[in-house]
Design a protein around this ligand. Structure first.
Ligand code: PMP
Length: 343
């Protein structure tokens, strides 16, 4: 007997790749050593694990304030930005209301929509995955969405909308815009300094990418008080655990490490892009910590796995496309050597 609710019967779960390779470049993760010492610090801390966390996340929000410049009343934290994107859909969408996003983009947005019986439409990008702001605005006007999720820089393509382009979209509509800036530390077009200028804009951020802390599952939203208060109604208490809260707070206190890391990733990204182009690979310019590319080599992902390198492969509409994360210098070299051998 199928007890599933109607809306999820056709839903395909998000699949993560369980393959283990020593060069892991499939999920846009960071450097394993960047904040490794915080584990030791955690062991020596006087955390009280018998108590629930401080549900106001006071210390953590103080450090987020130091990083992005906004008061605790303008911040909500979550178990990865994944939980927060889900919360946005839960908070702002009723059945049959519409979410508009990009196509292609981060595939979880459409899954959150389907779970809550919301409609979902992806605004078309151009042939070369370039984002055309006027055609996005046209799609917004045609579909009248309640919520627009913009991934900037976009995953998986790495393309980025400029600040001016995002401003144009935000001003073109009354719909709520959730701007997912998960990768924006690797780009230069953040709208975080202007988020309070608009009553229909929230920005979703994560420590999973530039801070290299995907394992602690910590994200946050910055927005005006009305938006934050609505999300807070729906957020479960103590959603971020004490261990993650501790590590996130300490990492934010030492953000210079992150800035140095981002600088090195940007340099590596440009080197990797140039090498791919020199190899004749159709690679796309990226403002994130990964590069999207096309290859006609049959079973490319499998062939690279045999050489102990894991990258992300796409299917259906994106058959023949791949995404490789920018790793350490050594990891990138191993990937490029393996690719050269396969070619
Ligand atoms: N947004 C985008 C664009 C992503 O690519 C990801 C993860 N790959 C997330 C959000 C979720 O990240 P997390 O839950 O680790 O914060």
């Amino acid at each position: 007997m199928n007890r599933e609710k109607e809306s999820i019967r056709t839903l395909e779960p998000y699949v993560t790749n369980p393959t283990v390779c020593s060069v892991k470049l499939d999920a846009n993760e960071g450097d394993k050593d960047l904040y490794l010492d915080l584990l030791k610090k955690l062991g020596n801390s006087d955390l009280k694990l018998n108590y629930y966390p401080d549900d106001s996340y006071t210390e953590l929000k103080k450090e987020i304030n130091n990083y992005v410049g906004y008061e605790p009343k303008n911040i909500t934290v979550g178990n990865g930005s994944s939980e927060l994107l889900d919360l946005c859909v839960k908070t702002f969408l009723d059945k049959d209301e519409m979410i508009l996003s990009l196509d292609p983009t981060f595939s979880m947005y459409s899954i959150y929509a389907q779970v809550f019986s919301a409609k979902y439409v992806g605004a078309k990008t151009e042939d070369d995955f370039k984002l055309n702001v006027d055609s996005i605005i046209e799609d917004i006007q045609k579909n009248s969405p309640k919520l627009i999720i913009l991934c900037n820089p976009n995953n998986p393509t790495g393309s980025v909308l400029t600040k001016e382009e995002v401003r144009k979209i935000v001003k073109s509509t009354d719909a709520l815009i959730a701007l997912d800036e998960a990768y924006m530390e690797f780009g230069d077009e953040s709208l975080i300094d202007e988020v309070m200028n608009y009553d229909n804009l929230l920005i979703v951020k994560t420590l999973s990418k530039a801070f290299s802390l995907a394992g602690i599952r910590m994200g946050y939203i910055v927005a005006n008080e009305d938006i934050i208060n609505s999300i807070e109604k729906v957020r479960a208490p103590y959603n971020l655990n004490s261990l993650s809260t501790y590590i996130a707070t300490e990492a934010l206190r030492q953000k210079d490490r992150m800035y140095d890391y981002v600088k090195s990733i940007k340099e590596e990204r440009e080197k990797m892009y140039k090498t791919l182009i020199d190899l004749g690979v159709k690679a796309y310019k990226s403002s994130a910590n990964f590069i999207f590319f096309k290859s006609d080599i049959e079973d490319l992902q499998k062939k690279l796995i045999q050489k102990d390198v894991l990258i992300r492969k796409f299917s259906s509409k994106l058959e023949g496309f791949y995404r490789v994360s920018i790793g350490t210098k050594e990891q990138n070299q191993k990937f490029l050597e393996a690719l050269k051998e396969v070619i």
